[in-house]
Design a protein around this ligand. Structure first.
Ligand code: HEM
Length: 197
């Protein structure tokens, strides 16, 4: 029997719910972080990266330990906290060794983990717009202390597509859709609260 046609990512109910259900959250975080306008000096960039690391590291830790059994996706896809540490080191900022703290969010189930990962992977889409502008303002070389925004050494476009194809490739119950959106909203809120101060 031929394979069932895969559901295109554009019409996946989970992906549509995540986008529609977090549109206002994205706008709010964008306003709060105010990038790249907030970055006028290297010190500004360092402060932003410290804030982002405080949000990213615990969420990535939680996502790495979530239950991904419901989805064929690498539990650590697109991780970027290490890039924040490298960027801070390049700016001469001492970085504490990775803390073992949890984000306090409930990202345990596959649906909830999808919501959290959606926010972290999606942020790279904005990062590629922000990076060249930050470099121009501060006179940095491409990727110099902007490795996080660029996801240097990674393949953010491929990760984003891999994520979307995996999520679109299975059915989600109404409860899972609600959980995924709720987790994505709380991840956006956490980034806004922790990273924007
Ligand atoms: C503050 C500066 C930001 C700007 C200027 C920005 C800009 C953008 C842009 C232009 C896109 C659409 C890209 C495309 O469709 O190809 C996008 C998508 C997205 N961004 Fe941001 N972003 C910012 C911050 C963030 C942050 C901090 C997060 C997460 C914490 C985030 C999460 C997302 C997500 C999840 C998407 C995907 C939406 C979807 O298609 O479902 N963004 N952003």
């Amino acid at each position: 029997m031929p394979d069932q046609p895969r559901r295109p990512a554009e019409v996946s109910p989970m992906l549509a719910a995540l986008r529609d259900g977090t549109r206002d959250h994205h706008t709010a975080v964008e306003r709060r972080l105010d990038l790249p306008d907030r970055i006028r000096t290297r010190g500004d960039l360092a402060a932003v990266l410290v804030g982002l690391l405080a949000a990213w590291a615990p969420v990535e830790r939680d996502l790495a330990g979530a239950d991904w059994s419901g989805l064929p996706l690498a539990p650590r896809i697109g991780e970027a906290a290490a890039l924040l540490r490298t960027d801070l080191t390049a700016l001469g900022v001492a970085v504490d060794r990775p803390a073992d703290a949890s984000s306090g969010l409930d990202l345990t189930t596959t649906a909830r983990a999808v919501g959290g990962r959606y926010v972290l992977l999606g942020s790279a889409l904005g990062g590629r717009v922000i990076a060249p502008e930050v470099e121009r303002r501060l006179g940095l070389r491409a990727g110099e202390a902007t490795g996080f925004f660029r996801r240097a050494g990674g393949e953010p476009g491929r990760d984003w597509r891999t994520f979307r194809v995996a999520v679109a490739g299975r059915e989600w119950s109404a409860e899972e859709l609600t959980d995924g959106v709720e987790a994505a909203r709380s991840t956006f809120d956490l980034v806004g609260r922790v990273a924007a101060g």
